[in-house]
Design a protein around this ligand. Structure first.
Ligand code: HEC
Ligand code: HEC
Length: 339
């Protein structure tokens, strides 16, 4: 168990044997809780009391996350579209599910997903514990009814025991499946980066060019991409043109004023989560910066904060240099389970 968790690069983690036995005398073997270190400036990791980060629950969630058994034709796992080495995004403009079905949207990074106030580009889900049913059933993703998924897990040679251990005797159910996936995903937290050291007072952590970029960022961007998470988690129209197929948050609220608004993404690890925007329309950070420099597409309802900036080419390069310092990992990492 410990070895398994340590192998995960995002769990740089101390796996602490917490005094679980003292809490619950009926199960003296109540396993360790995972503690996930978070960068300075982050709030403590939000973990709902109903779903503690028990190490065996996190490990089960990790295994399920990478297991294609949860898709109709057994070819697609959550990890097919949320790849560890791409900070849990997939590098595609739009995601491809079972049978090559293409969805409408770009797969967002799951890094720091525990901190999101709502989920999906339009905030269409509120809790990790309920979110997982969406990709499971979506015909463009895994295309498997929950009952069918549970049947496979119940018939599996190993899963029933793993569920029972992680959930005090409960086997695979909609609740235990989604709780395990949620517990694992909460452990996907950024490692500290140069930006964090800079925020903590070490000015030499950023190069002079990146510091120039940060100053521009603070002037033009940080009203929406704010704080250590680089997002307010609010919904904004940043001048991205939309179609009726995907009107943004209007899809959820039916309010015409929400047409073309999307949740402001965190920019942590943004250098490895291309392509960008809800529909993956931009391949590079240079193209994103050009979008803002031009003042967006001038779409109806566009935020007044997005307006022509007329930056010099050096300033645009500085902004990109700053965004690159938010990267998390120097090299590709492998979290895919070998078991
Ligand atoms: C076929 C590719 C694909 C598969 C498979 C897939 N996802 Fe996703 N995931 C996406 C896309 C695309 C989005 C964005 C959808 C949207 O915003 O409407 C997304 C969004 C999410 C989000 C919201 C993140 C955020 O910041 O809002 C979570 C959490 C998530 N997926 C978890 C999972 C889990 C758990 C599984 C497996 C049960 C899974 N995904 C399977 C493509 C995929
Ligand atoms: C009015 C709020 C707002 C401002 C100001 C703003 N952004 Fe954004 N940003 C957003 C929203 C909303 C999205 C998602 C748009 C979409 O998906 O269509 C976004 C997306 C991005 C992305 C893509 C992230 C991804 O994962 O796809 C990057 C990079 C980015 N912004 C950088 C910047 C920079 C650099 C500036 C300043 C020049 C800036 N933003 C200013 C709201 C804003």
């Amino acid at each position: 168990m410990l070895a398994r968790l340590w192998r995960g690069p995002f769990l740089l983690a101390a796996v602490l044997a917490m005094a679980a036995s003292g809490c619950d005398s009926s199960s003296p073997e109540r396993p360790a809780l995972v503690t996930v270190p978070v960068p300075q400036g982050f709030a403590p990791l939000p973990v709902p009391p109903q779903n503690p980060l028990y190490a065996d629950r996190v490990a089960l969630g990790e295994r399920l996350f990478f297991d294609p058994v949860l898709s109709r034709d057994r070819t697609v796992s959550c990890g097919s579209c949320h790849l560890p080495e791409l900070s849990f995004s997939d590098g595609r403009q739009r995601s491809v599910g079972v049978g090559g079905a293409t969805g409408l949207r770009n797969a967002p990074s799951l890094l720091n997903v525990a901190y999101r106030k709502s989920l999906f580009w339009d905030g269409g889900a509120l809790f990790l514990e309920s979110q997982a049913l969406v990709p499971l059933e979506d015909p463009h993703e895994m295309d498997l009814a929950p009952e069918a998924a549970l049947e496979r897990l119940r018939e599996h040679p190993e899963y029933p025991v793993l569920f029972e251990r992680a959930f005090d005797g409960d086997g695979p159910s909609v609740q235990t499946l989604t709780y395990a996936l949620a517990a694992y995903q909460r452990t996907l937290v950024s490692a500290p980066v140069a930006f964090d050291r800079y925020r903590a007072g070490d000015t030499s952590a950023l190069s002079p060019e990146a510091r120039d970029g940060l100053a521009l960022f603070q002037t033009h961007c940080s009203a929406c991409h704010a704080g250590a998470q680089l997002t307010t988690d609010g919904f904004e129209n940043n001048g991205t043109s939309v179609t009726d197929d995907d009107p943004g948050r209007e899809r959820i609220t039916f309010a015409s004023g929400d047409r073309g608004t999307f949740r402001v993404p965190s920019l942590r690890a943004v250098a490895r989560t291309a392509p960008y925007f809800h529909d993956g329309r931009f391949q590079t950070l240079e193209a994103v910066v050009a979008h803002y420099d031009e003042g967006g597409d001038g779409t109806p309802g566009q935020s007044p904060r997005v307006r022509p900036l007329r930056l010099s080419s050096g300033e645009k390069a500085a902004l990109v240099a700053f965004l690159q310092t938010l990267d998390d990992r120097p090299a590709a990492v492998d979290r895919s389970p070998t078991r």
